[in-house]
Design a protein around this ligand. Sequence first.
Ligand SMILES: [Zn+2]
Length: 77
Amino acid sequence: MREQEALKYLKTAIEFYEKRVPGHEGKGEKALLELLISLEAIKDDWWEHYCESNGGSLMSFQKVNECDWCGKRNEDR
Ligand SMILES: [Zn+2]
């Protein structure tokens, strides 16, 4: 049931995209797939850790940046 709903939303998103972007009729599915892949790539570009300098909160940073609170880097984990 949940999958059916998700598919319905995806279909709507594809139709919306194809209506909005001229000349992209029939390309909505590919565009959506590329979007999902790039979102996944962005997610992979982040690291997180439980920062003791910030009361043990889960902090999230881009991999190129160190923690604002304690200065730890992704490589130090
Ligand atoms: Zn930290």
